[in-house]
Write a protein that binds this ligand. Structure first.
Ligand code: BGC
Length: 409
């Protein structure tokens, strides 16, 4: 059984022995069935490709299904680069889908979904989060962007990177398997200057990590702020709210907002506020407190200023960690970005029905979007989001998954 000998038993991997045994069996079966179906016989990671649907103009959308050596499964489509499914084990070794989403393209394209616009699992661009009044000035010119969130521009506009078809190329390498996605955003798209060549790489590693690498180049100066908009529910999608998930955010400050969720420009200390997640705290513990910032967001919908301690801008630092007590599932997020938007799913209202037929209720998923701060093109004091011709935008985020009996183990 060469597969068993090549199984990457990592020191410190916090899985129970039974979990490991199950994962071994699962990965053996999956690797074998994948080898048969896709012709790839790598003993560890593997992938399969299948048709997911067609765009209204007839172009085919594909589904890419990756499995790592421990049985973790990731499904991505090249429409919006959307992660439609991610299955990880609980402490008993039982796998569940931990991201909100749908199993048909029709649902992602439906009018009902576009109206609700939760951006489930999608790549967000050209600019993650809001730009005030859909306007900014750069090098003496004023640019007007699509306004799709009241008076503001949100997540790239009417047709952001979440709603376009990306060119996709699956791969396998020594780290795992994944997908390179490429999209060219034309000069003037949604009001932005410059033709932006974008590349996003997802890698599911045999260390139980999902790595997302972003790159972009432009021919005119333009703001760029790319992120990933998965909604997690570590108990399993569609099951319950996320209020008992325990959250740690490595941030001593956050960027308070006005009533339309535009940062005021202040970096405010989290100390003594419901925004202090420096110690693990259940998401629901303070969410209903009488607090102006929480009332503006309808809960948490805020950018946190990550404690990077002078780390270089290409260095990963721990941004957040979430643990769900019932399943023991944990996700840890590390990033090269200076900020993270913690969104507690406040706009979910039960009107969307997910993959397994359950409705997605208020706060039944949370997003942790690594990013530069919202509205940076209008906020001189925030780290710049302007990409110049000749430069390469680079950003990297790693989500590590595990199952453990306590937050800290
Ligand atoms: C924003 C929310 C928005 C959500 C879904 C988050 O990144 O901060 O305000 O409702 O995305 O669109």
């Amino acid at each position: 059984m060469p597969l068993i000998y090549s199984y990457p038993l990592k020191s410190g991997m916090p899985l129970l022995l039974s979990t490991i045994a199950m994962a071994l069996m699962t990965s053996t079966a999956l690797a074998q069935s994948n080898a048969e179906k896709s012709g790839h016989n790598d003993e560890a990671a593997s992938f399969q490709t299948s048709a997911f649907g067609r765009m209204p103009d007839g172009r085919q959308v594909d589904l890419y299904h990756f499995t790592n050596a421990n049985g973790i499964e990731l499904k991505v489509i090249n429409y919006g680069g959307i992660i439609v499914s991610l299955k990880t084990p609980n402490v008993e070794g039982e796998f569940d889908d931990i991201v909100l989403g749908f199993d048909s393209l029709e649902t992602y394209l439906s009018e009902e979904y576009r109206q609700a616009n939760p951006y489930f699992g999608a790549i967000i661009g050209r600019y993650g989060n809001r730009i005030a009044n859909g306007e900014f000035s750069l090098n003496g010119d004023t640019y007007t962007l699509a306004t799709n969130d009241g008076d503001n521009h949100l997540h790239g506009g009417d047709k952001g990177f979440d709603k376009v078809l990306w060119e996709a190329e699956p791969f396998e390498n020594e780290d795992g398997s994944g997908l390179v996605l490429r999209y060219t955003s034309e000069d003037g798209e949604e009001g932005y200057p410059g033709k932006l060549e974008t590349q996003v790489t997802y890698t599911l590693t045999d260390d139980d990590e999902l790595e997302v690498e972003y790159q972009a180049t432009t021919n005119k100066a333009t703001p760029v702020n790319l992120t990933q908009h998965s909604y997690f529910n570590l108990k399993g999608e569609g099951s319950d709210t996320i209020l008992d998930h325990q959250l740690m955010i490595n941030a001593d400050a956050f960027t308070p907002v006005n009533e339309s969720l535009i940062p005021t420009g202040e970096l405010r200390s989290v100390e003594g506020t419901p925004f202090d997640f420096t110690q693990p705290t259940p998401i629901g513990e303070r969410i209903e407190q009488d607090n102006e910032q929480l009332s503006f967001g309808g809960g948490y919908d805020h950018n946190f200023v990550l404690a990077r301690d002078n780390a270089a801008s290409d260095e990963l630092v721990l941004a957040a960690k979430v643990w769900e007590p019932q399943s023991g599932r944990m996700v840890e997020v590390s990033t090269t970005e200076p900020g993270i938007q913690f969104y507690s799913g406040n706009f979910l209202d039960g009107s969307l029905t997910g993959k397994q037929g359950q409705s997605y209720e208020h706060r039944s998923g949370f997003a942790l979007e690594t990013q530069h701060y919202p509205d940076s093109p209008n906020q001189e004091a925030f780290p710049s989001t302007i990409l110049e011709p000749g430069e390469t935008y680079r950003s990297r985020t790693v989500y590590r998954f595990a199952a453990q009996k306590a937050f800290g183990s």
